[in-house]
Write a protein that binds this ligand. Sequence first.
Ligand code: KG4
Ligand code: ZN
Length: 340
Amino acid sequence: MQQNEVFILAIESSCDDTAAAVLQNDKVLSNVVARQNIHEEYGGVVPELASRAHQQNIVPVIDVALKKANITKEQLSGIAFTQGPGLMGSLLVGSSFAKSLSMALNIPLIAVNHMHAHILAHFIDEEGFDKPTFPFLALTISGGHTQIVKVNDFFNMEIIGETTDDAVGEAFDKTAKILGLPYPGGPLIDQFAKEGNPKKYPFTKPKVDGLNFSFSGLKTQILYFVQKNVAENPNFVEENKHDICASVQQIIIDILMDKLKLAVAETGITQIAIGGGVSANSGIRETLKNAEGKYGWKTFIPKFEYTTDNAAMIGIVGYQKFLHDKFVDQSTVSKARIEF
Ligand code: KG4
Ligand code: ZN
């Protein structure tokens, strides 16, 4: 199906953010996110609370997205939603809403893989942002995933490396918890790291073969390090939080960069795109930018608002699927886990 102007309403509700966006072809007209602060006091996302909050947020969020885009629902060409991976109760809120709206408006329904969307967010048309060309390598780093993906086409990607235990976002969040910082800890570690010395506490890298990652050993290493020092000085964390955060962030960056260098060597591909919540990290962004001059790579760093969970990235996949008639029907099911 081809038409000049395609308007896609996209809905993302895989975890704890309720998000809606409207795209006109590959341009974002609106991108609205309602973050759920309720989880902060629990130190992590509580699935039951997340789905309840999605139910409360979804109608107003979609309403605002349509108003900001300045279009009516009748102008929509299709509805895209996150099919998975994610929390089942959260996914169901978005998919049920998308299904009813597509039925009411009699327009196509498009199911999107959240992890594909983090990668394909680079194809949103944004001034000042280049789009990668196929094939390229994507490093997807989020609260649930750490993957190196060889992206051959919009709909043809292969995972060539992934974490064998914790995701890199968990390494940030669990470190934050050890340091007594609220959830999600990634942004705070990033902030404190800016004023710290990354070489102060040299943590060691795990030994993992090939392109795979492991972060659970690092978490344990940090826990023992903090416990040992707090036993000697109860104010150790407070007095050294900038240096601790900078050192933790540095070892995580080193781990990621080692594997990226190996992936480039193995595939011969030098275009590297990053995606996922952790790609908001300023240390990671800077290191990758510098890799252009240092290693001759071309790196693609998404606009800040397309890094953490958002619906614009679901919309850009929706647009591509719309162009290729990749639709689903009402019987399609949400999937907590979804094959790549
Ligand atoms: O992609 P995302 O929004 O949700 C998932 O699909 O997981 O990623 C959330 C993760 C959290 O672990 C959060 O701590 C991390 O992204 N994060 C960061 C930063 N901003 C968000 N980690 C490090 N530095 C940041 N600036
Ligand atoms: Zn995500």
